[in-house]
Write a protein that binds this ligand. Structure first.
Ligand code: PMP
Length: 324
């Protein structure tokens, strides 16, 4: 229980976090019939500001997830969801990096997994959130024996709570085997993604990532990288099927995601990647992303939602201009 973030949004109201409770008979608890988002808030001390990264895009994706899971009887608009999130963060007053966790869920209290005639609600909580991965220079990774949930089993493009049992099995096996993280393959044997993050490979100066038809969550970090890596560094991204063995011969590999941010991979299935160091292109992308998320690249301020409304202090503006 967060001691610093005191409020949650629950059943249409801002309530003390300890009062935001659901029944053990709640449908989403019994059957995993909820969808969610994970949004990062980046604290910039010099700006005195908290920036929520691509808030609107997260709620647009949540709306898609809701449609897949018949949760769209819930009538909050994307703009309303953004507004509620900002208000909640403001109420909790964090001055450190923060995770915003909205969910839409089935509230029916009956036995049986069906989604129809089953009411929906939504909630949001926030918690302090530092780095997901610790330790330089990067991650030691295994290809998981578990396969990614298929589109015709549990659609991965929906951020569906029940599907994270698949993620949990893959991640846990990797940790118990002494690795930091895993790569999960689709049933067809092609690379899908990490446990809760997308993957990029660098080969001959080109960025290559797995296609959206390979049972990935269509990551917001992934699409952000595709855009700014081209605009800022001239790195083109090719989205195509990746074979497992291509990972072994890649020049560089990295994971990306809201939690993972940009995480270099330095070893895959006991084969060294980029000399056991963060690769050059990965390093540039990571540095830019880190600055951008904290509001230090003026050109990308439209991707950030300032919570406290102080983000355009004059000092900050000059710094931002200098770096863009
Ligand atoms: N795949 C899965 C399964 C995830 O849970 C996440 C994290 N949301 C990602 C990929 C990365 O997506 P994003 O960049 O939007 O956080």
């Amino acid at each position: 229980m967060s001691k610093t973030h005191k409020y949650a949004f629950f059943e249409g109201n801002f309530v003390p976090l300890e009062n935001a409770k659901i029944s053990i008979m709640n449908h989403s608890f019994m059957y995993g019939t909820a969808v969610f988002e994970g949004i990062r808030g980046y604290w910039n001390e010099a700006h005195g500001e908290m920036y929520l990264f691509r808030l609107k895009e997260h709620f647009l994706r949540m709306k898609d997830s809701m449609k897949i899971m018949h949760l769209d009887d819930l009538k909050y608009s994307v703009d309303e969801l953004c507004k509620i999130s900002v208000e909640l963060v403001k109420k909790n007053e964090p001055k450190t990096d923060t995770y915003v966790r909205p969910a839409a869920y089935k509230t029916g209290q009956r036995v049986g997994p069906s989604l129809e005639d089953n009411p929906s609600d939504m909630c949001i909580f926030t918690v302090p959130f530092g780095d997901y991965f610790h330790g330089a220079p990067g991650l030691k990774v295994q290809v998981s024996a578990w396969r990614r949930v298929e589109d015709n089993a549990i659609p991965a493009r929906g951020k569906i709570v029940g599907a994270y049992a698949n993620t949990a099995l893959a991640k846990t096996d990797a940790i118990l085997a002494g690795f930091d993280e895993c790569v999960v393959l689709s049933e067809n044997g092609h690379v899908s993604e990490g446990s809760a993050m997308n993957i990029f490979m660098v080969k001959n100066g080109k960025l290559i990532t797995t296609p959206i038809t390979e049972n990935i969550l269509e990551g917001i970090t992934r699409s952000s990288i595709m855009e700014f890596a081209q605009a800022e560094f001239g790195y083109e991204t090719i989205s195509r099927t990746i074979d497992r063995s291509e990972l072994y011969t890649a020049d560089e590999l990295f994971f990306c995601g809201t939690g993972a941010q940009i995480a270099p991979i330095i070893e895959i299935d006991k084969r060294e990647v980029s000399g056991g160091q963060c690769g050059e292109m990965t390093g540039k992308i990571r540095e830019f992303y880190t600055q951008m998320c904290r509001g230090e690249h003026k050109k990308y301020m439209h991707w950030l939602t300032p919570v406290y409304g102080t983000g355009e202090k004059s000092g900050a503006k000059e710094k931002a201009t200098a770096k863009s």
